[in-house]
Design a protein around this ligand. Structure first.
Ligand SMILES: [Zn+2]
Ligand SMILES: [Zn+2]
Length: 247
């Protein structure tokens, strides 16, 4: 299936013009050379970031590997790798995917991840790569889960199983966007669970959780708690875009 998809994409790239997902200029590549250069220069991994939550460190934190918040109240996840800032050049492409339903942008954004992140992560060992599940309401409105559409297209070690059916979500929660930080942590509690079929599979595993955006970290923290409650020994976040620290 993957092979057919790759062949189809290779044929399409030769017979159809494509536009760069960042500058939208028509050319052969999904990310043009100029935007690739700019992205490489601005990537979050170029900055001193907290190993645990991926946020950029402020002057007084540099020298340690974690931000003050992770030092004082460590989250359940162990590491976070983010491609770029939410306010950076990829935001509009992600909006095209999420809010305009343009699935081709999932291919473009995953290509950006593969081009810019895979080399540094390819040796990372884990048993599973799980997308953050979407609420039923959003899934019905959007028709797809963008985290899974990205996760299924990114390259990782063959031993890592990608699976959207292990981590599941109850469907009775309220919208998170307008909640303040404390309420967000409360609102997300008890939202996620592990498919009973897979519970025994998580024992002593390292699990990668993939999301398109990380803001407060409340969702990923709750997911890591659930995964560890079900036996996972290590939880690593892979995130496309990370918002900056709240001011
Ligand atoms: Zn471009
Ligand atoms: Zn941190």
């Amino acid at each position: 299936m993957r092979l057919l998809e790759n062949i189809f994409q290779a044929i399409c790239s030769h017979i159809l013009p494509s536009a760069c997902i960042v500058c939208e200029v028509f050319q052969d590549h999904i990310l043009c050379a100029q935007c690739t250069t700019l992205l490489i220069a601005e990537l979050l991994p170029n900055y001193e970031c907290c190993e645990q939550c991926g946020i950029t460190l402020v002057a007084k934190e540099i020298g340690g590997q974690r931000c003050l918040e992770c030092e004082t109240q460590p989250p359940y996840f162990d590491e976070t790798y983010c491609l770029d800032r939410y306010e950076g050049r990829l935001q509009s492409a992600l909006h095209q995917l999420k809010y305009q339903g343009r699935l081709s942008y999932a291919h473009g954004l995953a290509s950006a991840w593969n081009q810019l992140m895979t080399e540094s992560l390819i040796n990372l060992q884990a048993s599973y790569l799980l997308p953050v599940p979407l609420s039923q309401k959003k899934l019905c409105a959007r028709g797809f889960n963008q985290a899974w559409e990205l996760a299924r297209r990114i390259r990782c070690a063959r031993s890592i199983h990608k699976n959207p059916y292990i981590l599941l979500r109850h469907h009775h929660t309220q919208h998170q966007a307008n909640e303040n930080r404390v309420n967000r942590y409360k609102a997300i509690q008890g939202v996620f669970y592990i498919n009973p079929q897979y519970r025994r599979h998580l024992e002593s595993t390292t699990v990668i959780v993939f999301d398109d955006v990380m803001t407060s970290g409340a969702t990923l923290n709750e997911i890591a708690r659930v995964l560890k409650d079900n036996g996972a020994s290590r939880v690593i976040n892979w995130v496309l875009l990370r918002t900056l620290r709240p001011t």
